[in-house]
Design a protein around this ligand. Structure first.
Ligand SMILES: [Zn+2]
Length: 123
């Protein structure tokens, strides 16, 4: 029996524009990630492969700090902004059993049926 690991892979390398200030190259392996700082709240539209038919408005921190072990077993600290910060918060939520549906601004007005499928760069 191994140890229980929480693992998230955040890959935004498919994005046309990577955040300039990003601490990573678009793909990060996060083992036992912990978000340690949240800064600035911003609402954004999110989709999820687990919820293919809907998108929704979710308020997330615009910047975060996150500690995690990387794929080489090194403890690291990341500073993420913008889309990357949103993606990390989304994935860490998954590790905690939460979907963006649990964080909608309003279930009545902030959940949208998808008209077209966009598979790329969803998290
Ligand atoms: Zn998701």
């Amino acid at each position: 029996m191994g140890r229980f690991l929480r693992i998230a892979i955040v890959d935004i390398s498919g994005m046309r524009k990577l955040p300039a200030d990003s601490s990573i190259s678009g793909r990060m392996v996060l083992i036992n990630p912990e978000i340690t700082e949240w800064d600035g709240m911003v609402m954004g539209r999110e989709g999820c492969l687990s919820v293919p038919d809907f998108t929704g408005n979710v308020i997330r921190a615009e910047q975060i700090r996150c500690t995690a072990i990387d794929e080489k077993g090194q403890q690291r600290e990341y500073r993420c902004i913008g889309y990357e910060a949103r993606a990390v918060q989304h994935e860490v939520d998954h590790l905690d059993g939460l979907l963006f549906l649990d964080r909608l601004v309003s279930r009545r007005t902030d959940l949208f049926k998808r008209k077209i499928y966009k598979q790329k760069s969803e998290t």
